[in-house]
Design a protein around this ligand. Sequence first.
Ligand code: FAD
Ligand code: FES
Length: 207
Amino acid sequence: MSVYGVDRSRRVIEFLYKVAGLGTGTLSRLKNGDVLSVVGPLGQGFRLQDSWRSILLLARGVGLATLAPLAEECFAKGIRTTAILSARSPDLIMSRERLEAVGARVFCVSDAEKSSDTEHLEHLMDSLFKADRPDAMFTCGSQRLLLLMKRLSTDWGIPAQVALEEQMACGLGMCFCCVKPFAALDGQVTYRRVCTEGPVFDLREVI
Ligand SMILES: Cc1cc2nc3c(=O)[nH]c(=O)nc-3n(C[C@H](O)[C@H](O)[C@H](O)COP(=O)(O)OP(=O)(O)OC[C@H]3O[C@@H](n4cnc5c(N)ncnc54)[C@H](O)[C@@H]3O)c2cc1C
Ligand code: FES
C-alpha cells in the first residue's frame, strides 16, 4: 500500500485504500487506539529531477493514493502539476481538493460521463502538450492508461514513470512472487522484483 501522506510535525502517516478483501476489510475495522504493525517504507519511489518545471499525472481509482503525494512534493519543489483523474463515476474521484490545494490543474474524467476512453484522453493530453509540454509524466492504477502514456511518451519524447501494482507476498525481495519481465534500455529482457526494484519503473522498460 502506498503512503498517502506524512505530517512529520504531528507524527502522522496517512493511507488511502479501497476495501477490497480480508486485509483491507480488517484495516477498515481498526478503532482509535488499536495498534498496527507496519513494515516500510519499501521499494523505490518516484524520481524527480531538479531541472523539471512541470509534470503531468494520470491516475485511475486507487492509483490516486500513489500519485497525490507526488503533487505535494512537486509543489514544495516549485514544480507545476497537471493531473488527470479517472474513475468509474464522478463520485469516485478522490483527492481533487487535495491536489488543487497544492496548485495542481485538475481534469476529471469518468466512465459514467463517457469521457475516460483512451481516444478522449489522448485528445486531451495532446492539447495539453501543445499548450504546455510537461517535463515528465507519471501514472498509476490502470493498464489502459499505462499503455496510452507509454505511446504518448515515445511520440512526444517525454520521460514517464509508472507505479506498478502486482500481487506481493513478502514485499521484501525474498519470495520472488512479484517478478515481471522488463525491457532494459539496452534492448535485453530482464526479470525484476516489483517490490524491491520497483514498484516505480521507467515506462520505457515496462513490457
Ligand atoms: C505498490 C502497491 C501500492 C498500492 N497502493 C494502494 C493504495 O495506496 N491503496 C489501495 O487501496 N490499494 C493499493 N494497492 C492495492 C492493494 O494492495 C490491494 O488492493 C489490497 O492489498 C488488496 O486488498 P485485500 O483486502 O484483498 O488484501 P488481502 O489480500 O486480503 O491482504 C493483504 C495482505 O494483508 C495480510 N492480512 C490480511 N488480513 C490480515 C490481518 N488480520 N492481520 C495482518 N495481516 C493481514 C494478508 O496476508 C496479505 O499479505 C497497492 C498495491 C501495490 C502493489
Ligand atoms: S513480494 Fe516477495 S519478492 Fe516481491
